[in-house]
Design a protein around this ligand. Sequence first.
Ligand code: HEC
Ligand code: HEC
Length: 346
Amino acid sequence: MSEDQNPSGDGKGQTREQHKHSAEIGSRNPYQNPDGGVTTTGHVWDDDLADFNNQPPRWWMLGLAASAIWVVVYWLYYPSVPVPTSNTFFKGVGGWSAIKEMEADKGEVDAVRGKYEAKLKDMTPAAILADNDLTEYVKRSGKVLFGDNCAPCHGTNGVGTKDKEGLFAPVLNDDDWLYGGKIDDIYTTISGGRQGMMVAHKDSLSETQIIDVAKYVKALSEGKGDSEPAGKKVFMESDCTACHGADAKGVQAMGSANLTDTIWRFDGSLEGIKHTVAYGVNSGDPKARVAIMPNFKEAGKLSDADIKKLAVYVYKFGGGQADAPAAPAAPAQAAAEAAAPAVAAK
Ligand code: HEC
Ligand code: HEC
């Protein structure tokens, strides 16, 4: 490219090129590559680096024009720039809005859900559970309901949450139930709330008695209750059996814990057990353990259909217990049948 080199050798070759370029543009392109063929823009760097001066392909030019037109159409059709026009802004000629789109989408979802929701509204929780389709639906749709209302205390999927006193709220995905794991028990728990109450014993029992009985309870959970006769005596002779039963396995009607298993709701160390016995649970004592399952029906936070769905959802965590085959099954069965005509009528 000898013709592009600056004869004065002052290192300003590019300046000279640019000048020459603007002077001669429009006439014959003088930057024909001497090696033949391709023209260049005339800019040269580093002695021999030059820009080719090719026309963009035709399809590309058409595409460019089309997209320019598309921009205008799009701009007019949708709400674009918030140009004020009489109190409001230009909303686009298409009448599109995000709310309308959302409502249309929601309509689609509701149409699918609607048929399930209408069906389960009049069914008992047991009947819903007996229907595979509905149970499948509830397992999917209950996730959000549980996540919003229950997971803060019970953990995602009911794994429970802990605080320094032990479990803040019970694990729901095991088969250990304070209030029972039958579908109707779970429904009752959710709709009415629960607050297990254990009185404080710091005044009714001596310090030694509290230590003894705590040792006994700990031994019970390890399967060796008989190794603590002094504590056993306290347990049998004070009020413990009235709530926990003589076998210490708990009474579901009261939500009194099973003391013979290895599952601890509160701190299960000797110190922790002493604390529970001395101050009680929901006893009103400032140091009492607190255990409050809110009443969702009263709070108006959930509809009855939501509560039924949650009961089935919780049951399906895996810990749900089938109704006993004989007598207890009958009411649920009858209820399911009673619900059936209502469903068929829809
Ligand atoms: C504010 C915290 C909190 C929220 C929110 C909460 N729970 Fe509870 N839940 C508890 C506590 C605490 C207990 C234990 C009550 C007791 O020991 O007397 C409990 C007990 C239960 C039980 C009984 C467990 C058993 O072993 O018998 C079920 C079932 C249950 N909750 C389900 C739910 C569902 C479903 C929701 C959501 C609608 C929910 N809970 C929301 C705190 C909560
Ligand atoms: C008025 C009824 C009542 C009496 C009396 C009572 N308890 Fe309880 N106890 C409960 C209830 C209800 C719970 C479960 C609280 C909860 O989880 O909501 C409980 C829980 C416990 C716990 C905690 C279990 C855990 O999993 O952390 C221990 C330990 C315990 N009781 C021991 C005793 C002993 C020992 C006595 C006798 C000195 C006694 N209780 C008397 C009702 C009672």
